[in-house]
Write a protein that binds this ligand. Structure first.
Ligand SMILES: *[C@@H]1O[C@H](CO)[C@@H](O)[C@H](O)[C@H]1NC(C)=O
Ligand SMILES: *[C@@H]1O[C@H](CO)[C@@H](O)[C@H](O)[C@H]1NC(C)=O
Length: 314
């Protein structure tokens, strides 16, 4: 990622000063910015924000790996006996040391337009290839039943598709999950698509109520993953967090503060011994990097992460 100063690019002066005021200094600082997020943060028009991001130089990264690599051969082997399931994405499988282990959780965060849902549905495809059942909960109209049905001819029989948009409905489902799973013993994957969205829409939720709900989710995830050995895949939005020069949380008054993008729900709802957290950082329409924020064996460490470039192939 480039540490080239933004001031060295031919940005419109107004845009440059807005960026610098908001704490952005280098090309790398803007790596995860979305046009929508930037427009809102800097109070610019969406058009101007888009043009700023288009002016960013493309990082001269190592050759990128195709994002999705599902092949029939990949899918033919496996089943309940395989302890790790391929995500269908080679850069992601590399970061997960071969795939997502059964009984584990994968959180995928990224800005709008990043291939979060592509990755989640690719894991769905692996599970369908094993002839196993799964529950797909859509919380933001991001992935329709017809998208899932197109993945495989057996999707209609193997997928329990739920649309839950209000936080209260999501929580009822979560609290009932162990009963729900007990009635569906063949389920081996739960997808919570756009889990951050119902929280984002619950404007009046107090921080303490929110953290209590997140804690309930964590308890349920621990139990389901441990007792039933199912995988959970969660997609989530990013939020901007301000950090000071020392990397600790700060505010706009601290000099040298800058905005970094972090998963919107924070780490508290994830059992750390069973969870992998990924961020997708697009740097173009079809390219970017996948970053491993944390894994059961590797906790966040001084902002240094393992990452792999990807390229979306049609
Ligand atoms: C999802 O789509 C339905 C029907 O198209 C619409 O009524 C609903 O408001 C949408 N919900 C969200 C959260 O976008
Ligand atoms: C909980 O799950 C069980 C089993 O699937 C179902 O019969 C019941 O209606 C669910 N309860 C609620 C409140 O969703």
């Amino acid at each position: 990622m480039s540490s080239r100063p933004l001031a060295s690019l031919s940005l419109p002066l107004g845009a440059l000063s807005a960026l610098v005021k908001a704490g952005y200094e280098t090309v790398a600082d803007l790596a995860t910015a979305s046009p929508e997020g930037l427009a809102e943060e800097l109070r610019l028009s969406l058009d101007v924000a888009q043009r700023i991001l288009l002016l960013m130089p493309k990082p001269s990264t190592v050759p990128s790996t195709p994002f999705l690599t599902q092949t029939a051969a990949h899918l033919a082997k496996g089943g309940r006996t395989t302890s790790k399931i391929t995500t269908g994405s080679s850069p992601v499988d590399i970061l997960l040391d071969g795939g997502l282990p059964r009984g584990h959780i994968l959180e995928i965060s990224g800005p709008p337009g990043s291939p979060k849902e592509v990755l989640a549905t690719s894991i769905v495809k692996t599970i369908l290839g094993f002839q196993e059942e799964l529950i797909f909960v859509d919380m933001q109209n991001m992935t329709s039943p017809s998208t899932i049905n197109k993945l495989s001819s057996n999707a209609k029989e193997l997928v329990y598709y739920l649309k839950l948009h209000a936080l209260v409905d999501v929580m009822i489902f979560i609290r009932n999950l162990s009963r729900y799973l007990a009635e569906r013993p063949k389920v081996s994957l739960l997808v919570l698509n756009s889990l951050s969205f119902p929280f984002q829409m619950a404007y009046s939720l107090s921080p303490s109520a929110k953290s209590s709900l997140l804690d309930q989710i964590k308890q349920v995830l621990v139990t389901s993953c441990a007792s039933r050995n199912i995988c959970v895949v969660i997609t989530s939005q990013l939020a901007t967090k301000l950090v000071g020069p020392d990397g600790n949380p700060s505010n706009f008054d601290t000099s040298g503060s800058r905005g970094i993008m972090v998963p919107q729900l924070g780490p508290s709802y994830l059992p750390s011994g069973r969870s992998y957290r990924l961020i997708l950082v697009p740097d173009g329409r079809d390219t970017g990097v996948v970053r491993l924020l944390s894994s059961p064996r590797q906790q966040p460490n001084n902002g240094r992460f393992r990452q792999e470039p990807y390229v979306l192939s049609a």
